[in-house]
Design a protein around this ligand. Sequence first.
Ligand code: SF4
Ligand code: SF4
Length: 380
Amino acid sequence: MLYRELGNTGKKVSVIGLGCEYLDGKPYEQVKETVDCAMENGVNILDLFMPGTEVRTNIARAIGDRREQIMIQGHFCSTNINKKYDISRDPAIAKRYFEELLNLFGYIDFGMLFFIDSDSAFRAVFETGLADYLVNLKAKGKVHHIGFSCHHPEIGMRVIETGMPDMMMFSINPAFDMLPSSEASMDYIDKNFGAEMFRGIDQSRAALYRLCEQRGVGITVMKSLGGGKLISAEHTPFAKPMTVAQCIHYALSRPAVASALVGCKTADEVRHALQYLSMSDEERDYTDILQTVRNDFRGHCVYCNHCQPCPVDIDIAAVNKYLDIALLNPDTVDPSVQSHYLTLAHKGSECLSCGSCESRCPFGVPVIENMAKAAAMFEN
Ligand code: SF4
Ligand code: SF4
């Protein structure tokens, strides 16, 4: 297993985590087998947004005395008052559901403000004192970090600007990333992902990921497989289905992303997702998928590493990523972004201008120019 720092939380999470949604309604034995397979292979983070007592209890029982070995995203305001998956911003109701999580698991590693996707959700959580519940639990050590779940880039940025969250769970896959941010991605998951509107990576989403990296807000990823539709020949919006590994790799190559939480309902599905770890760069490469759609944003790096190898071993995607983040505030160099850049083994100033990367880049990124810009910005 590979582990990554989750923003500034000080926690290292497995790059593949377990999304537990599909364990809902499954018998205990199946839940146990799936959780065991994940944990025995080094998965140390799982998402538990589901409000049902049975699935929560099954997962707690499956984890048993291994509680310290796994980090749990538990969601505040996730309820099942009117339907199986519901949202309540009523303080008494929301607290009752969250207290059940605390009773079952003792503490919650990442207390997640659930489904902040709209202005009304933002106001209901941040302008009524509701979010203070998690702040107080964090002060008492019952919640270790505050996070939120979101599908909307502009709202995500607003939440981050409050300074409250340490991390965010966001829906990331190439189809969602190409949908204009004016559209609600979840509304299009059953409508061919709105493929007729794809215009390259949406700049609001790209800006959100960069903001997270800049602020040290780590991202865990939901919907990396687009609810399974991106890997389906019948439902993919692209010329061909993606593989699970391509979906995971796409998510993991966005700035600030630490873990892709893959929804699995069996041990076999966990093992299938974990095959990513032993695959070659060629098997993970997703660029052929992105090239099948219209791209109005040519020249923007998608951090895919297709341009490698570089004769002086510059991590071109990483240099481009730090440059993109720095360009959010071009007049000042963010010290944390600069220090990340300076830890790179080879820097933009080492570029030989050989151009081999540019000939391999499918997206027309001016790499040589970018290396020079990064050197000027970070190395002086
Ligand atoms: S420069 Fe091009 S090939 Fe290299 S990481 Fe960026 S988008 Fe991918
Ligand atoms: S142009 Fe620079 S960054 Fe690109 S492969 Fe050559 S040396 Fe590496």
